[in-house]
Design a binder for this molecule. Structure first.
Ligand SMILES: [Fe+2]
Length: 158
């Protein structure tokens, strides 16, 4: 059994890094979609949503960097080409959205894909004593669950 520099089992870290790369690919598309919503939004809620979507893509950029650097910390290489992200991502590219409600529905659809990957990572990392990855996933889940509540409140859905 080989241990990595940070004392985790290399085989298990490789498995976790693979899943983190899957999360990274999805997050990159989620990020780019949020930028598109920020740019293309129109209507009476323009100023509010333009700002909200900017917050979202800035937050996504931070998380993308954290995910990639966690992969490096585990001893592996983060995927770093959009052509590879497109192949892996279950979140689809969304184009030409100018209506706020539609943009928010698309963001919520993105979370429906991100959250299960993060929950999977949380349990996988937990099984293998990878506290660093677990802690990151716990933070993301708590923040995103709250955002899902708020976006649903905005849409006034039950
Ligand atoms: Fe901007």
């Amino acid at each position: 059994m080989t241990l990595s520099r940070i004392g985790l089992k290399s085989k298990e870290s490789e498995l976790i890094s693979g899943k983190l790369n899957e999360l990274l690919a999805n997050y990159q598309i989620f990020y780019m979609n949020a930028r598109g919503f920020h740019w293309n939004i129109k209507g009476h809620n323009f100023f509010e949503l333009h700002t909200k979507f900017e917050e979202l893509y800035n937050d996504s950029l931070i998380k993308i960097d954290e995910i990639a650097e966690r992969i490096l910390t585990l001893g592996f290489i983060p995927v770093h080409a959009y052509s590879d992200y497109i192949k892996t991502s279950k979140i689809s590219e969304v184009k030409n959205i100018s209506k706020g409600d539609k943009a928010i529905q698309e963001i919520l659809k993105g979370y429906e894909i991100l959250l299960p990957i993060e929950r999977g990572l949380l349990s996988l990392a937990g099984e293998h004593s990878d506290e660093g990855t677990s802690a990151l996933m716990s933070d993301y889940l708590r923040e995103q669950e709250k955002l899902i509540w708020m976006f649903n409140a905005y849409l006034n859905t039950d």
